[in-house]
Design a protein around this ligand. Sequence first.
Ligand code: TGC
Ligand code: FAD
Length: 392
Amino acid sequence: MKPDLFEAPDYYNIDDLLTEEHKLIRDAARAWVKRDVSPIIEEAAQNAEFPKSIIPGLAEIGAFGPYIPETYGGAGLDQISYGLIMQEIERGDSGVRSTASVQSSLVMYPIWKYGTEEQRKKYLPKLATGEWMGSFGLTEPDHGSNPGGMVTNFKDAGDHYLLNGAKLWISNSPFCDVAVVWAKNEEGRIHGLIVERGMEGFSTPETHNKWSLRASATGELIFQDVKVPKENLLPNKSGLGAPLGCLDSARYGIAWGAIGAAMDCYDTALRYAKERIQFGKPIGAFQLQQKKLAEMITEITKAQLLALRLGQLKNEDRATTAQISMAKRNNVEMAINIAREARQILGGMGITGEYSIMRHMMNLESVITYEGTHDIHLLITGFDITGLNAFK
Ligand code: TGC
Ligand code: FAD
């Protein structure tokens, strides 16, 4: 792969709206990605391997629990810092950002928000350092967009619960130490349970042959009469709103992350367009290529402003689920469109692993599907503005 020459676009001087702390955190994450992710990520993706060597680095830049209080090992940062970290990581690779999103917003967040003090003290510090890695089991083979239909269930068996069922498409599953699993009790009420690797009857087979998110490990979570200690139930919230609350936090991070992937594609294409000569001049001198680049920077700028405003609302605890859906949906679509256009600017070179664009493009096919599909987010907006539910 070519050396990482990335220079972040900031067409509207959005840096002026960030604090010095935001910029320090962002720049540290940016430097880490350049140093530790860019040199290895193409090979990891080609080999379909999650590069575990980067786990300590992710912890060091605050990517595991950026907004979790320091008492529990988190970084204690605000929501804009969290977003900026996700942006920088996804600039490197969406799969690496996935690992951080799952660890922070889908594993640490529910333990912090819905768990007991004992659970927080037991799990959060180890998750913050990456000593333990987590996964989040909501999706099932027959229940993706409609998680409320899940069939994974647990029964009271005296001094423990007995868990049965299966989850599919689970990021980090093949190597996770703990899984936050959503299952129905005997009354059909959804609860979160912390399942640990090594519990009898719990297995995590990997899903192979993905063309997308190849540097992220995806798999199943299978439960066959798993005895889960009663103290592993998350007691402070139940119902579908509990997992959906975690998704709000992760979707917010993706709204920022997608900007990173788009910035990398744009920056690569801009540099290439200025250097590549055809018909005696740089291809960037042709109007058709300028149109593509000008539209890219316009869309990136709009997405940056959307994410920043959403971050301000999140900091004030005022961001709604529908606002988060709009930003996730808009920014991921923006990124995938830019990846496709940027790929074309590079001509044949765009399909090779010499450049990051094709990897970003393939990754974004997952990003536009997970954490709620593009359609589901549109329907969330539709419901919000009309009051009419078009899901069912
Ligand atoms: P609905 O009847 O609308 O709601 C059920 C209950 O949940 C409440 N609620 C929320 N609470 C908190 N936060 C939210 N975002 C919430 N959205 C809804 C709601 O108020 C209600 O509460 P209550 O007390 O009245 O019971 O539920 P529904 O069954 O109609 O479904 C609505 C729908 C389709 C929007 C929802 O199911 C949905 O979002 N589906 C998409 C599923 C999804 O996003 N899955 C993601 C799996 S995790 C993943 O992909 C990780 S990828 C790895 C990575 O991040 O990198
Ligand atoms: P389906 O729900 O079957 O949807 C198929 C199509 O139908 C989509 O186009 C959808 O938009 C459309 N559709 C569905 N319902 C409606 C409707 N009401 N109206 C109109 N159109 C509709 N899940 C986890 O729990 N944890 C994870 O860590 C995780 N990681 C993932 C990693 C990867 C790489 C991938 C690909 C997925 C991951 N997922 C994870 C699962 C992901 O959240 C689901 O794939 C997603 O929610 C969609 O579910 P589905 O694939 O079953 O598609």
